[in-house]
Design a protein around this ligand. Sequence first.
Ligand code: CUO
Length: 686
Amino acid sequence: DRPTEPLFVSKGDDNVSFEVPSDYLIDRYKPLQSDIQNRFPGDKTIPVKKLNNIPDLSLPLSLPRNASFSLFNQSHTKMASRLIEVLLATKSLDDLMSLAVYCRDRVNSYMFIYALSVVMLHRPETRNLRLPSHIEMFPSLYMESGVFSRAREEAEVVPVGSRIAIEIPRDFTATDLDPEHKLSYFREDIGLNLHHWHWHLVYPFEGPQSVVNKDRRGELFYYMHQQIIARYNMERLSNGMNRVERLTHWNDPLTEGYFPKLDNIMANTVWPSRPANSRLSNINRAADQVAFDIEDLERWRDRIFDAIHSGFIVDTNGRQVRLTEQGGIDILGNIIEASTLSPNPNLYGTLHNNGHLAISYIHDPDNRYLENFGVMGDSATAMRDPIFYRWHAYIDDIFQEFKSTIPSYTVQNLTFENVRVQSVEVTATGIPRNEFATFWQKSDVELSRGLDFLPRGPILARFTHLQHAPFNYKIVVENNGNQRTGKVRIFIAPKLDERGSPILYRDQRKLFVELDKFSVSLKRGRNEITRSSLESSVTIPHEATYRNLDNNRPADNTAEAEAFNFCGCGWPQNLLIPKGSAEGLQCQLFVMVSDGTIDQVENAQGADQTCDDASSYCGLRNARYPDSRSMGYPFDRVPRNGVVTLQQFLTPNMIAQDVRIRFANRTVSSFANNSRPSAGTNNPPR
Ligand code: CUO
């Protein structure tokens, strides 16, 4: 507990302290006021205004300060929602800061950071401020516990400037005796877990309407998680494994175990493990206000399937609401997750969230051992666990069931008249044409903000992650019409299944992973389009994910500041391309140019488009989703009659090119080559 320490101040401003009104200190600290105030004297002191009225905080205060807070637990999110509401309602930035300071020593720490982060993302005066990366605030959620005692020792003994980075081993959770361990480089990737944390921060399922009700948020819940499963399956095929199996038969033991080896610093304990073959059971934990039966999940599932097959849902007034071709998926996303936009929570429940909870409490369903939830209970850690993918493959299958009830795209829905894609080619320096090169790379992340130790100053952890050589697409498009706008959609999928046989289109469409989407102006005649992998609409730049690789960068750069808030959401650049294999995983690269006038979305004048780095999975800040087509188009629906192979699916404005992803088992230590080039407003300078 460091009451006078700055809250959200950027790296270069560490020598700032707050002058807190004496009434704000909790009783225990009041006699120590001057002592506390002088403990970390800053070059600069920010006086904190005293509010005349502190709003009613009884709901958020009902969770003990050091208890575990789960974003999938409705009673917790209701508390957070109240906190968000009162922080959002403050009249000025000074008032917001004041109330935040007041809350900081009283409210549950994790809930506090979550709520304040949501508020900062959504208030116009704060959304361009720099929010420290979640890994800086809570490093223990993202890396092995052993690294922290080593970091502490290094910091205590070695002066700043001579400290060395603490190396995190690549294999710290298991061995290859567990076949699932082959995927740990993906599941435990720091950037991947940060993306998932950010996504749920940008799209909370509970909170004030202004925060929850975003354009197509239910559909994006479906699409972003569908893409996670497609990408995971490609990683599995890369490693000679079968596609992930849906988590059905909820009374059978769960084959997969997971031992996270993460410290839970707030609760001063470790994150619970799940031995292989654990069984789900009814959950009844009064302390967490969670009680539901596995049968509840079954009832909700059956009602959701009924709705899909009858083509409508029933709202709270008993009215039928049709699940339309375009909008049905958005309603279903909100129902299945469930978000507060669900039109009938009593009838359809909270299937996805409670699945997370049932799995996360599997080791102590009635709280008799006073154990916290496991990693599935937190969006910052859930993707580490193999069971996450089985659960989300199940959830995705429900969405796919809906997609199978709506009409297939006709040839007309797919073509762009007079436009023909003639070729696509992938090139990278020193690598054969139409090949992607993957390898290991080491990067550093700064730990000191999230750790309590003296003397302070930077201390780095060094971790190993997958990386690929940056590449260019060269696409040749023939336009036999007038000048117009096209939207280029680039995807990749494996070509062969687990047995080495070609995958039928029916299955392959679910494996297509989006790589990029952008608009082009097509002149009459031949157009040659070159696009760099670093510009992908799926990813954020490497340095935006890890943020603090370079401690000497200026802290007050607006462009940089913008990149870390909303813009913290985005697939990590280092995982854009799946791992592939030493022989070269055979894949098909797909390019489509669709009609830009149909795909275009009108946004209100002045709509904020500064955070458009990773719009494919994260949308745009304060603006509509920038594509009028269903998310996943053209692969989101079952094929029209007669289409068995990808080749048969293609219309002239599409092309499929055989490519390979070749993995080399070597490690490079520099990360210089995957930074995004300068252009654009939101690219942090290097
Ligand atoms: Cu992102 Cu289940 O929704 O984790």
